[in-house]
Write a protein that binds this ligand. Structure first.
Ligand code: BTX
Length: 236
């Protein structure tokens, strides 16, 4: 019915009306499901962001996770996050919405969060979770595709597009991992003043390096490389 013509991502799709968290279920299913299996739900009752933060996931959005087995080491996890962010930005583009990546794991439209990416890895398996606000109500300061376009967007079309873009991005990640970083960089908000939350680092977000670290130039001229982990930035 979905007619997904992808090579890996979406070879199998497990759909649920409701789940606590698609990432948690995907981590369990990863023990016996093949690579590319997608878990998608209408709503999540305990959707998660990073470091235990809550991700609001009422009906109307795309809440999904994909099981991947990339030939990468755990230090390459940022590349999987970037792969997800690139796929989201390309999906939005297909619907005429210009999105930008906010390092390390958000996609913003009009300066507001439209999507979040959560990659969790262990022992050769990575679960890549994506939450994209489509027609759902959003928390204050966030935005949905419906908010931008002014009317409901066909959810299945968004899902199908996202799966196709993820499949392409995954091939690229496996063949030329560095090019995913380059792609993410070209879509990233850079050249603006930022504050690294909780780290006493303030400066201009100049660039990202080949490992996905954010390069911040302090007013003193000193350059700091911020490692992807639990850190976030705020625009100053
Ligand atoms: P994050 O930790 O970077 O962002 C979480 C923060 O985003 C929250 O603290 C809140 O301020 C804000 N937020 C919560 N819900 C929304 C929303 N719907 N839209 C915009 N902003 C919001 C980002 O984490 C990664 C989120 C991944 C979510 C997916 S959904 C499928 C999969 N399953 C799961 O449990 N998580 C992932």
């Amino acid at each position: 019915m979905l007619s997904l013509q992808t090579s890996i991502v979406g070879r199998k799709v497990i759909y649920l009306r409701e789940v606590e968290s698609t990432n948690d279920l995907a981590k369990l299913l990863a023990l016996h499901e093949d690579e590319g299996t997608v878990i998608v739900a209408d709503r999540q009752t305990r959707g998660r962001g990073r470091i235990g933060r809550r991700w609001e996931s009422p009906e109307g959005g795309v809440w999904m996770s994909v099981i991947l087995r990339p030939p990468l080491v755990l230090e390459d996890l940022p590349k999987v996050v970037f792969m997800g962010a690139v796929a989201v930005v390309e999906t939005l583009e297909k619907f005429g919405i210009p999105g930008k990546v906010k390092w390390p794991n958000d996609v913003l439209v009009e300066g507001r969060k439209i999507a979040g990416i959560l990659a969790e890895g262990k022992a050769g398996t990575v679960v890549l979770g994506i939450g994209l606000n489509v027609n759902n109500p959003v928390p204050e300061g966030a935005i949905s595709m419906k908010d931008v376009l002014g009317s409901n967007v066909p959810l299945v079309d968004v899902f199908r597009t996202l799966i196709a873009r993820l499949d392409e991005a995954y091939s690229l990640l496996k063949e030329r991992p560095a090019s995913i970083v380059e792609k993410a960089k070209s879509r990233m908000i850079l050249g603006v003043p930022v504050i690294v939350v909780g780290e006493d680092i303030e400066g201009i977000a100049e660039d990202i390096d080949e490992f996905g670290r954010l390069i911040v130039r302090k007013p003193s001229g000193e350059v700091v490389k911020v490692v992807y982990g639990d850190l976030s930035i705020r625009f100053a």
